[in-house]
Design a protein around this ligand. Sequence first.
Ligand code: A2R
Length: 306
Amino acid sequence: MKTLVTGAAGFVGKHLLEHLRSESQEVYGTTKSSRETEGFVTVDLMNFERLRSVLDQVRPGVIYHLAAFSSPALSFKQPVAAINETLAMEINLYEACLQLNIPPKFIIISSGQIYGKAGPKELPLSETSSLDFNSPYTVAKVGQENLAKMYAKRGFNSIIARPFNHIGPGQQPGFLVSDLAKQIAELEKHDAPTPLKVGNLSSKRDFTDVRDIVRAYSLLAEKGVPGEVYNVCSGRSVPGQQILNQLLSLSSKPIKAEPDPAKMRPSDIPDLYGDATKIHQATGWQPVIPLEQTLRDVLDDWRLRA
Ligand code: A2R
């Protein structure tokens, strides 16, 4: 059976391709951009005719749909694109499959961010916790879930994953761990004692290594129940300050951290973590890569990139 991964050249997509290929699956990864096409199928998911032609050629049995407007922060600056493009891409996928009369199983990637602001009594967040819409990104993600439910009525089996914060090698700047590791790698290269700039580090978040996350997606494709929603998370939260301390302890030179008012977000939610019981019971999945290993790998990755 053939597998298609959309957004395969992205942070998560590259790890997912590697994981699926390590299991000897026949995998086709799509990318929109022309900058990195080797080993990928180039298709803009906004281009319906081209997408239908690719699906007609591949005729996948499973589609991992990762392509999306993926930055919550940028979604505030480009709300129309964030919502329209994310939803249009998914509609195009389902509609093209309808026209071709092919019934792949879909893994739709939503987000743990759709739970929004939770009080301490609501933690850990389970799949039945109430939702909140705190960014165009989260509106788009809930829209993706609703589209999957709508297309279920037209015969498609879709499983929805709600990943919490994922971290690992290859992540772009704009996310806490990646930002801190990038700065440390750059400061290691310079002699000047420039301080590292940090934002609010008191917020606690539920971090999982991206390599554990993609393993969860693959297990959901195999054992998840169509129509169901699954949190993908570690089940515990870690403060940003702990991440910084651990990264600094891995640095090859002493580095000082300094608060940067530009990085402070006053409305930060103090604590968020999910409940991964449902995915564990359905698939046996649990994260296995320790946080320290992930941080080491992210820093090494930035040392190569910086
Ligand atoms: O620009 P490319 O070729 O790298 O593709 C991006 C892809 N994408 C699209 N693909 C086809 N047609 C489009 N119109 C289009 N717009 C975007 O989505 C990119 O490779 C991918 C997203 O990758 P990243 O930005 O690295 O996101 P990440 O962290 O891998 O997130 C994957 C999924 C997303 O649904 C997130 O919302 C969720 O996991 O957290």
